[in-house]
Design a protein around this ligand. Structure first.
Ligand SMILES: [Zn+2]
Length: 305
């Protein structure tokens, strides 16, 4: 992974994160990095490169910015007589590794660079990310729900995003569980098998999630993951029901979007646990095979000698 320099300023860090993951059409409330000339963009943003198939540093490039004397790219200073009014900027970044991956952000700034919001992005933020590839690897049937959820989340539609993620989870709880069970020690697999089958028949998602939760490796449980899955499911359910009554909503749409993001991150976390577990098992089995092969070779050569 190509890392972004660690001495990046707080403003640039915050603005990078805004470009990277903030929902479209919602206000950025942080400090917009600027000089007396106008915007002072972060040089690097960490993004997923579909060509390199990984997250890596992207650099400002294209025709947008010229190198300023400070080493960072800045926009052309506006003519002195023209005040900076509301306007939309096209901000481009390209992958520093392959130079082929590109992102374009369309950001609308209010006068005086007081506020801004992303009004567009290419490729769209709900398409082809590292997390989506992970999801498709293990839950290929869920790609459509995932994309819809991502679309809503990245458009600031938290309630709808919650609904899609809940649907996805209900639909795939069993698959997630089966995959988690498959990376457990033999004795745990034998105990859990029958329980899982009966819960699947009853379609009790929260009970299934409880098992998923209880089955997590000990070192993950200790890191506050315990009870989080059931809690996550309850939040999704309560959000959807609360959404029907429009008065006295317990949380704002933006807060719901934050929740949807947290829920998605937890789903990704589970898939990562599965993926890592499977890779470890495969590496172990591969190692055993190699050892046996070497042994067999030597036994055979001794036999023939
Ligand atoms: Zn690349």
């Amino acid at each position: 992974m190509t890392d972004i320099p660690s001495d990046i300023s707080d403003e640039h860090r915050e603005f990078s994160e805004f470009l990277r993951s903030h929902p479209l059409h919602t206000l950025f409330t942080g400090q917009i990095p600027s000089t007396k000339w106008g915007l002072y963009l972060p040089i690097y943003v960490h993004l997923f490169c579909s060509r390199c198939s990984r997250e890596t540093a992207f650099q400002t490039g294209g025709g947008l910015a010229r190198q300023s004397s400070g080493g960072g790219p800045a926009l052309e200073p506006p003519p002195a007589s023209v005040a900076f009014r509301e306007r939309t900027q096209q901000i481009e970044y390209e992958c520093v590794t392959c130079r082929g991956g590109k992102y374009v952000f369309y950001v609308h700034f209010t006068e005086g660079l007081k506020e801004c919001q992303k009004i567009g992005q290419s490729p769209p933020p709900w398409e082809d990310t590292r997390d989506e590839r992970l999801l498709v690897k293990f839950l290929p049937r869920q790609k459509d729900l995932w994309r819809r959820g991502r679309y809503c989340e990245m458009s600031g539609l938290g309630l709808a995003a919650n609904a899609y993620y809940r649907h996805l989870l209900e639909d795939s709880a069993l698959e997630i569980l089966e995959r988690l069970v498959s990376i457990m020690p033999d004795e745990d697999r034998a105990t859990l098998g029958p329980t899982v089958k009966s819960l699947v028949k009853q379609k009790k998602v929260s009970d299934l999630l409880k098992i998923v939760q209880d089955s997590l490796p000990l070192h993950l449980k200790k890191r506050g993951v315990e009870n989080a899955l059931v809690e996550m499911y309850e939040i999704m359910s309560s959000n959807i029901h609360a959404g029907i009554a429009t008065e006295n909503l317990p949380v704002t749409e933006m807060e719901r979007t934050e929740e949807a993001k947290a829920i998605r991150n937890m789903l990704v976390f589970l898939l990562t646990v599965i993926s890592t577990g499977q890779e470890e098992i495969e590496a172990f089995e591969d190692g055993v095979k190699r050892l046996r092969k070497i042994r067999e070779k030597h036994v055979a050569s001794r036999g023939s000698a």
